[in-house]
Design a protein around this ligand. Sequence first.
Ligand code: GRF
Length: 201
Amino acid sequence: MNKINTAVLVSGGGTNLQAIIDREKSGGLPHVKLALVLSSQENAYALERAKNAGIPAFAFSKKKLGSQAAFEAALIGKLEEYGVELLVLAGFLSILSADFTKRYERRIINIHPALIPSFCGEGYYGLKVHEAALARGVKITGATVHFVNEIPDGGEIIAQKAVRIYSGDTPEKLQKRVMKQAEWKLLPAALEKVAAELADS
Ligand code: GRF
């Protein structure tokens, strides 16, 4: 089977990366080869997860590199070195330039912890997304996987899954439920779908 060399880009704990690793190990990602993990944070626990799984992993600090252009050049250097054809943003907290997203058009997917177009775009990341959903009083939220273009959370939607909100929810409780019921299932499934389409094209 033709496998697509895939990189996962992270910044933090990497539970979504772990969900992808676990799905791959159990044979659920037949079109995906996990070739590389790149982090925007040198101390991200996601790097440990990658190492434990035997996946090459590297961190680049935008601050140390001095500019967005230098940061993206470093990422592209590794992506090319490892022959990466598909990128997954899994809790990657750095915004990518239009030059970068155009270079990998329809080859970057992202997971967002809400039902786009709700609670998305610039400034909506991590717990802030769940705080906003609770503040607005919606009864249903969820997660969305979408292609990445130059507009934050603006690319074509690939998959969504709804999650209920209960009275007494805190942002932390809600974040955990959205991860468990939606993100950790939705992202590996969407990744396999996109990789299978690329493999067949
Ligand atoms: C997830 O909620 C993801 O949707 C968001 O950032 C969080 C990352 O969590 N973009 P983790 O690093 O995968 O544990």
